[in-house]
Ligand binder design. Structure first.
Ligand code: CTP
Ligand code: MG
Length: 182
């Protein structure tokens, strides 16, 4: 498989997870801060998750990711003769849900390691949602996962995601959506 095909296939497979996180960020930017998932509670004096993880962000990210996967299925069926991977019912849910929960879990560890909300944690920030999406899909949708996520695809995802993430955040920062360019 040539490299462009591999990258294209990887983006197609990861798109529901890729778009779920920025959707959370954009919704918060447009509608204002929501109720934090940790209800403002602390653990040993430090916030459990922090103000960067809200219910509004969580649900809007998940719903947007689901809509992306459904739209991809529609395009794939109507226009592409199902030539690209089709997201089965579980994948439609596990990719965005795993992405948002991976991000939530990463914030839990960031707070424990005394990283402030929004403070950069290289690689964890960029890969938390990838691992969340892949791991949840692997466990709940293992046949679909192994049919679609070859070792090559997983490796391409891990290598290219931090680069894509940086570029989108830079765009978000320039558009005043992301508070930091990372
Ligand atoms: N966001 C949210 N709820 C989520 C995920 C994201 O409200 N579950 C919104 C927040 O406004 C957050 C922004 O999207 O600030 C960017 O997300 P992220 O970079 O994951 O959060 P950070 O603010 O960097 O916080 P942390 O240090 O905990 O990662
Ligand atoms: Mg962040």
């Amino acid at each position: 498989m040539d490299i462009l095909k591999l990258v294209g296939l990887m983006i197609w497979l990861m798109l529901p997870a890729y778009l779920a996180n920025p959707a959370a960020s954009i919704v918060i930017h447009l509608t204002g801060q929501g109720k934090p998932v940790d209800f403002g509670k602390t653990m040993n004096g430090v916030r459990i998750l922090g103000d960067g993880k809200t219910f509004k962000g969580l649900f809007s990210g998940i719903i947007f990711g689901i809509l992306v996967a459904l739209l991809q299925n529609y395009i794939n069926t109507i226009f592409l003769d199902k030539s690209l991977p089709y997201f089965n019912f579980i994948a439609v849910l596990t990719l965005p849900i795993g992405a948002l929960f991976g991000d939530l879990i990463a914030s839990f560890f960031k707070r424990r390691l005394k990283f402030e909300r929004g403070q950069s944690f290289p690689l964890l920030d960029q890969l938390d949602f990838v691992f969340g999406a892949l791991i949840l899909t692997y466990f709940l949708n293992s046949v679909w996962f192994s049919n679609n996520f070859s070792f090559k695809i997983i490796l391409t995802t891990i290598i290219l995601t931090p680069i894509f993430h940086f570029l989108t955040n830079l765009a978000g920062y320039k558009l005043n959506i992301s508070p930091k360019p990372w």
